[in-house]
Write a protein that binds this ligand. Structure first.
Ligand SMILES: *Cc1c(COP(=O)(O)O)cnc(C)c1O
Length: 217
């Protein structure tokens, strides 16, 4: 994996954004490097991408020091409150904030941090995210604690385009209703649906770096 390959792939992702009606200047691309070694973030930086996403606290803590460069790390995975401390000095944007205990822990460990509230807009019980009716209160709690709530993040339904499109439209509507700025929606498989629904940030892993290695435990 090298910067030139990631750069070629990035060009294709930008083409997809344009084909879906998005403005490539306005739709930010977050490069998701989970599952890859430090060569992926290093290659992404070399291709001009500076916002990188990781899902696991320990993996981020291990990987970040080995990366050549200084990216903005976005935390996008399920996060246990007791792991916040481990990555508090690394994370620029906490995108998977979905409950008040996590808001309180981030308020304590990373005062004033930038966050997105993750919304479960599909009703799948196994999925992370705050239920839609609870979003305004969680946003208010974070704001009162001094955090900067930049927007909302959501994940579509695997293999169901109709449900995914509905969820994206719903979350984009919530972002507007709450007067927020960012709608972090769309990954490799559903990027076009997300852009059509008004995504301001797509989180892309495989389209940039290829298939992810199996996760070892
Ligand atoms: C893994 C992951 C992505 C990227 O998925 P790809 O299919 O590799 O593009 C985006 N968002 C979240 C929350 C993820 O867990």
């Amino acid at each position: 994996m090298d910067a030139a390959t990631v750069g070629d792939n990035l060009g294709r992702v930008r083409d997809q954004i344009v084909a879906a009606g998005g403005d490539p200047e306005r739709v930010q691309i977050l490069a998701v490097t989970k599952g890859f070694g430090p060569e992926a973030p290093t290659a992404a930086l070399g291709a001009g991408l500076s916002d990188l996403g990781e899902n696991y606290a320990q993996e981020l803590a291990d990987k970040a020091p080995a990366v050549d460069g200084d990216p903005s790390w976005h935390f996008i995975g399920r996060l246990q409150s007791n792991k916040v401390k481990l990555v508090a000095d690394l994370v620029s944007v906490w995108q998977s904030v979905d409950r008040s205990s996590l808001v309180d822990e981030i308020t304590k460990r990373a005062p004033g941090a930038r966050i997105l509230v993750q919304v479960n807009a599909t009703g799948e019980s196994q999925k992370g995210g705050c239920a839609v009716p609870d979003v305004p209160d969680l946003v208010a709690r974070a704001t009162e604690g001094g955090l900067t709530v930049e927007g909302l993040m959501t994940v579509g339904v695997d293999g169901d385009d109709d449900a995914t499109a509905l969820a994206f439209e719903r979350v984009a509507g919530l972002v507007a209703d709450l007067g927020l700025r960012e709608a972090s929606m769309g990954m490799t498989a559903d990027l076009a649906l997300a852009v059509r629904a008004g995504s301001t940030q797509v989180r892309v892993g495989r389209a940039l770096f290829g298939a992810r290695p199996e996760r070892r435990r």
